[in-house]
Design a protein around this ligand. Structure first.
Ligand code: TYM
Length: 332
């Protein structure tokens, strides 16, 4: 079975629709065909300030959510990044192989740091993509299921894997991004030209999985569309309508073409109302399952202990090989 690895930040507790449709939904289906490793990346979260109690709680909520949407610890390895110390260790090696200018070209870093002053931007945020490189290479992942915004980080991973292999001998698998075209980028409901994101979206443009379903339904019903009336998929001319169709299609499993036919002759209001209903029906049982997991902290701990053990069993020998190749004296 080919190996996949991916991660998600615990930063805001609730995942949003972009996270789910762009990445996590694929994680669930890949469990059956791939040797899958998924983690909550708490090391990445502290690249911006975090309240310790809130971080701890959000990490638990993130794990419960991943279980609630269908990750099964018997079919995948689910763990918390900080439970596997090899991530930080391999990241150091990767830091020492990355050019300063190369890291400075990462667009997510440029965007995020541009919004803050340079003293508010941590060095951790700068090296964030390099920690992600280590995450992926530690597991010899062949594919990395993510949204479009992570493509550049997977490219960096490929470059660094090749660089290491070239300098020190064949060590790391060079991974491919696994990005589904239809849901690679889910857009803000209020501004369908920018991606849905916890940091940049307006509250009305962001649909959170754990918000009260009524609240999300209302956001969907007030989504921005355009002044035309025909329900059709056209990302350029009809970004708002196309976004709603993409979301509807992914949640319901019905193709966009089928939905366009279904809505022929109907107004935008019909699309929004129906999608709001479909969303509520879909999210309600998920929320119930998430709550069951949150009510059972002992079970969550058990899942994470097992996940960390399985992850370390893969990560430790890969790190040991990398240490050896780079010329570190073996410990005696
Ligand atoms: P994060 O936590 O920002 O997002 C988690 C996943 O959600 C995807 N995503 C989207 N997809 C489509 N449309 C959107 N609007 C949207 N917003 C977010 C992201 O592409 C991502 O796949 N750096 C990563 C976490 C990470 C990681 C890794 C991923 C750390 N180590 C190793 C893969 C492999 C991040 O911040 O994701």
């Amino acid at each position: 079975r080919p190996r996949v690895l991916s991660g998600i930040q615990p930063t805001s507790g609730s995942f949003h629709l972009g996270n789910y449709l762009g990445a996590v939904r694929q994680w669930v289906s890949l469990q059956d065909t791939h040797d899958a490793f998924y983690m909550v990346v708490d090391l990445h979260a502290i690249t911006v300030p975090q309240d310790p109690a809130v971080l701890r709680e959000n990490t638990r909520v993130s794990v419960a959510q991943l279980l609630g949407v269908g990750l099964d610890p018997d079919r995948c390895t689910l763990f918390v990044q900080s439970h596997v110390p090899e991530h930080a260790q391999l990241a150091w090696l990767m830091n020492c192989l990355t050019g300063f200018g190369e890291a400075a070209r990462m667009t997510q870093f440029k965007d995020k740091s541009a919004k803050q002053g340079s003293d508010a931007t941590t060095v951790g945020l700068f090296t964030y993509p390099i920690l992600q490189v280590a995450d992926i290479l530690l597991y010899q992942a062949e594919q990395v299921p993510v949204g479009e915004d992570q493509r550049q980080h997977v490219e960096l991973t490929r470059d660094l894997a090749e660089r290491f292999n070239h300098r020190f001998g064949e060590t790391f698998t060079v991974p491919q991004p696994y990005i589904l075209k239809e849901t690679a980028k889910i857009f803000d409901l209020q501004d369908p030209t920018v991606k849905m994101s916890k940091s940049a979206s307006s509250p009305k443009g962001l649909v959170s999985l754990l918000d009260e379903a009524k609240v999300s339904a209302k956001k969907i019903k007030s989504a921005v569309t355009d002044t035309d009336t025909v329900i059709a998929y056209d990302e350029k001319e009809k970004p708002g309508v196309s976004n709603l169709l993409a979301i509807y299609s992914a949640i319901s499993g019905r193709s966009v073409a089928e939905l366009v036919e279904h809505f022929e002759g109907k107004m935008y209001g019909a699309l929004k109302t129906e999608l709001a209903e479909v969303f509520v029906e879909w999210v309600t049982p998920i929320q119930q399952r998430v709550n069951l997991y949150l009510d059972d902290p002992a079970e969550l701990d058990r899942v994470l202990a097992k996940g960390a053990e399985k992850a370390r069993a893969v990560a430790a020998p890969v790190l040991a090989t990398a240490y050896d190749r780079i010329g570190f004296l073996p410990p005696v």
